[in-house]
Write a protein that binds this ligand. Sequence first.
Ligand code: SF4
Length: 204
Amino acid sequence: METLKICEIFYSISGEAPTVGKPAVFIRTSGCNKQCPWCDTQYHNTGVDLTLDEILEAVRKLTTRCKEIIITGGEPTIQKNISELIRFLRKHGYKIQIETNGSVMFPRAYNMCLIVCSPKLNNWVYDFRKYNKADVYKVVVDNEEQVLQAIDQFGTKSLYLMPRGATREEYLNNAPRVIEWCKEYNLRFSPREHVVVWDKERGV
Ligand code: SF4
């Protein structure tokens, strides 16, 4: 039976670009192939194995009205049955946004999703232009050099800059200078609405 290790499933609004403000059910898969020291979801390593039917049932318990799903992590790509989950949810009428760090080759089923890639500037291991093509690149930047690096790697058309911010305080400290870089280079800004509203709380 096909299962995936799932950390949590919850109903909220999208807090980040490009769907910020939209209600969505979040499916957070367990585990990641990176160990970023700044990771704001370190609890992603916990989880339970759920079948596709159990995942769908959990989603339906939260809402039958909202048909938007955001699959996030951890890193969803490392789940053996991620493609099966995507096809299964699409078959049941859901639109899917998938979040990824982009370091693993995207499975073909990702073509059925809006692919939002958040590459880690200190951790790039692939030439993204060659191996992986995302719909949106959402890059956390700490300095202007990284802004230029992001532009060089991803161009400006699908690029969002996002401030580092695992807590509300950190986000509010960093957001103003990232907005200034967005103005300077004519790039879009991605907020972190869930951090502004709920700070470090999880499952919201
Ligand atoms: S890639 Fe993302 S989920 Fe994985 S450790 Fe880094 S910040 Fe956390």
